[in-house]
Design a binder for this molecule. Sequence first.
Ligand code: SIN
Length: 537
Amino acid sequence: MANSSPWPHSVDFLIMGAGVAGLRAAIELAESASVLVVTKESLRESNTHYAQGGIAVALEPDDVAPHLTDTLAAGDGLVHSPAAQVLIHEGPTRVTELIRWGANFDREASGELMRTREGAHSHPRILHSNGDATGAEISRSLVAAAKTHPRIHFAEWTTVARLLTTATRTRVIGAEIYDRENHLHCITARATLIAAGGAGQVYSDTTNPSVATGDGIALAASIGAELADMEFYQFHPTALAIDGAPRFLLSEALRGEGAWLSNHRGERFMPALHPLAELAPRDVVARAIAREGLGSNPGDSFPVYLDLRHLTIDLRHRFPGISATLARFNLDLARDLIPVRPAAHYLMGGIRTDLDGRTSIAGLYAAGEAACTGVHGANRLASNSLLEGLVFGARAARAMREDSEGATLDEFADEPAQPRQLAAAEEAALEAHIASLGRLMWRHAGLLRDKSAMQAGLNALAGYTAAIDALIAAGKGSRRLSEAQSLGIVARAILLSALAREESRGAHYRNDFPKRDDAKFLKHSSLRLDRVNFSVW
Ligand code: SIN
């Protein structure tokens, strides 16, 4: 097909995703090469954009060791320590550089950067912007910096349909992408980075935006790349719990400022469960809320609340975005109990990479939430993820440049076969399938898991996959069908990995194996072509 699109079909480097990791990598690569950033919607629509609480960083040298200790402790024994060392040691350079590029973090009247505290941090070290809009500010400043580079091209409203490989499938040479009109194009590149974020949409209850469908992880898995730690899905403790409303994130910074959690009897329940009370690690708080909500009889469902009514700070000023959203539901942080429940928030697992973003397939790199370096172990420390995107995005870019030095671009002679559109009835059925998958995963692979539920989930998933595969076999194709396929692949990876880990650790809790089993499972899971193995990294 002649190139009718406004972006090139052949570039040095292809980046999938325009969140913090993808943009940071693009800026690094554009120093010396052409880059195409593909993103499913507009540049601002990423998980990064919605991050509220902040970015954790050890700006003072004497905070490096405590930040590392907190990260290791939150990860429940499974943090890959070299990855955490890299994160915490390189973080200050990356954040300082971001401030130089124009990112505005909130400051005291003295000009000092303000810092807040969140769960499992030993003291306040989290920078924030515009109160509770840190992700939006980081995204804004990275987009602005990237747009000054003439060698960076953006393909908005495009979806990667598949990764292109050499005939032997040993090297990635680009990708096939849908444009906004549902036309497929081949893009060739010397190296491809997946920085497409997480997969919260695999669960019915999620804080993630609709674009978070795990596409990058699924595409990598489809060509045989190794995934790791897919059983570890972090459930954020406090999403807004109003029937029919999206699970809007109520930042952990609310608890950092002193919010309490109370049950339907008005009792504050966290102090009895953990010495850090409401600031216990996220997995501990999320499970405690889930249990309070369950009650003791089957079918019970009780509300749990965030309570800030005792605080004296100006909550509307400190949390302007959250306050504005709550006002739409006639709720006020200073006046009302705020109903909350956990929701899927962040995938600690993903495409396994080394510390420089290299995956198990040549030419393919991953960074940010789509990747798994092991930096978060079994449970991510709050506000470490924006830092992860900056640090590992820059490192992946350097590896892409070094590894592909002297390499020529592969020719990809075949034009993609253009897909047939889905009929309206097929689109409606597809939406129903996707919604049912979210409910299935919430029920069968949510906060509290067991073997029989997960096995039933896998069996039910087979029907979902068959329906999606039938559409693809009929030559149909669209962004939404690709997303549906990705969600099915990610769901299967979560279920298979969670079934194999017969212990409870971090975000992965099994009612049938309620204890941590270091003898057998102080190891990372790895999933390749449906087979799960455990190994020490
Ligand atoms: C939050 O603001 O609670 C989210 C921060 C994070 O996920 O690290």
